[in-house]
Design a protein around this ligand. Structure first.
Ligand SMILES: [Zn+2]
Length: 214
């Protein structure tokens, strides 16, 4: 039957997936899930150990620079995201986060750590929907949803977060914050370079420094 043939199309994901496309979709169920969760067929979760140094960096940056006006403006921007909600799935997620006590500072650190990871490893997290979704996911996942039993089975229901929520939150972050993230990271790197220069001078003394300058 032509109907049967037409429903057994190959998955169209890049890199030559051998699976059959799921239902009316262009992709198999694995790649469809990657799009829903990560915004892209080759999207993947960033592992906790990959993100760890960037989480530390983000916490350091917030601590060092939180009294700057640009950083405070970013925190107010994030507070507004929690206060002024869109009437869709993204609004539902943000309302849940707010009632669970999520702070703008936590959102700032979550977004900054993802963005700093992207800046260091753009091939692992490219500047496309993958970055948008990763930013949104990092914020949505600041608080786990309360688990409840599904009505139809005794298995734990794994909750479904709409891709709309990841995209909306990720785009709001990208709308304003990356330019600040870059500024803070560059200031931090410059401060570290200056410290390294001082250490070198202290270790090597004026005579060696004079030689290097010649
Ligand atoms: Zn596939």
């Amino acid at each position: 039957m032509p109907m049967t043939l037409s429903t057994r199309r190959p998955c169209r994901a890049e890199g030559g997936c051998t699976q059959i496309a799921h239902g009316m979709s262009r992709f198999c169920s694995k790649h469809l899930k990657a799009i829903t969760v990560h915004g892209h067929t080759s999207g993947r979760a960033i592992r906790a150990h990959e993100l760890r140094p960037y989480r530390r960096l983000a916490a350091d940056l917030l601590k060092t620079y939180r009294d700057r006006q640009d950083t405070s403006a970013a925190l107010r921007w994030l507070q507004k995201m929690l206060d002024v909600l869109p009437e869709d799935e993204a609004g539902v997620e943000l309302a849940r986060l707010k009632s669970a006590g999520v702070t703008p500072e936590e959102m700032f650190c979550a977004a900054l750590s993802i963005w700093a990871f992207h800046r260091d490893r753009p091939r692992s997290l490219p500047d496309d929907a993958r970055l948008t979704f990763a930013l949104g996911r990092a914020i949505v996942r600041l608080r786990k949803r309360r688990r409840v039993f599904a009505r139809t089975s005794l298995r734990m229901q794994s909750f479904y977060v709409s891709p709309k929520a990841f995209r909306y939150i990720g785009l709001r972050i990208r709308e304003a914050l990356p330019v600040l993230f870059l500024r803070l990271i560059e200031m931090h790197e410059k401060a570290k370079d200056e410290e390294a220069d001082l250490r070198w001078l202290i270790t090597h003394g004026d005579e060696k420094a004079a030689k290097v300058r010649q």
